[in-house]
Design a binder for this molecule. Structure first.
Ligand code: CTP
Ligand code: K
Ligand code: MG
Length: 181
């Protein structure tokens, strides 16, 4: 596979994991997952992780995975490269895993004394990737093995932080997000 093919595949296959965080920002609010509970001196997760945001993010990612599967033949023709479809379990793993990774990162942020909204460089950009890949591996192992070749994984780890910085910067500039990370 050439570099173009690797990059296009990496972005395509991770779209259902990229969208949930942004959907959660738009739809979030209401009851926090931790119900206000604390661990030590800090909140377990904080007010930034809500049931509604998590559900909306997961549904948005899953819906996108279904849509991309329908579009895969046309998109493959367009880029001149075979792009994968998403079995339901793969789409669910990527979408829910992205939310789970983000929730896990908030847990770690609170344990390290960071308030809601504080930056944690590195973790902020990759938490959802690790969560998405891990859940996709568990829920759709054979699809995972066929889709995530080593070059595609390397491209994902290099490109995701760039895309994350870009989309969050745009969300901040549009006034949708309180911080640009
Ligand atoms: N959000 C949500 N539920 C989630 C994730 C995000 O409701 N599972 C919404 C919240 O309104 C949150 C906003 O999206 O404030 C931005 O998400 P994020 O940056 O992940 O949360 P922070 O508020 O920065 O909190 P944290 O420090 O815990 O990351
Ligand atoms: K986050
Ligand atoms: Mg934040």
């Amino acid at each position: 596979m050439d570099v173009f093919g690797v990059v296009v595949t990496a972005v395509w296959v991770m779209l259902p994991a990229y969208v949930p965080n942004n959907a959660a920002v738009l739809a979030g609010g209401g009851r926090p997952i931790d119900g206000g509970r604390t661990m030590g001196d800090s909140r377990l997760l904080g007010d930034g992780k809500t049931w509604r945001g998590t559900l909306a993010g997961t549904l948005a990612g899953l819906t996108l995975a279904i849509l991309l599967s329908v579009l895969a033949p046309a998109a493959s023709d367009f880029v001149g490269h075979p792009l994968p479809t998403f079995p339901l379990r793969a789409g669910l793993g990527l979408a829910f895993g992205a939310m789970l990774g983000d929730v896990g990162a908030s847990f770690l942020k609170r344990r390290s004394g960071r308030e809601r909204g504080a930056a944690f460089p590195g973790l902020d950009q990759l938490d959802f990737v690790v969560g998405a890949l891990a859940c996709a591996l568990v829920l759709a192992p054979s699809w995972f093995g066929a889709t995530f070749t080593v070059p595609v994984l390397v491209a994902i780890l290099l490109l995701t932080p760039l895309l994350h910085v870009l989309t969050n910067g745009i969300a901040y500039a549009l006034g949708l997000k309180n911080e640009p990370w």
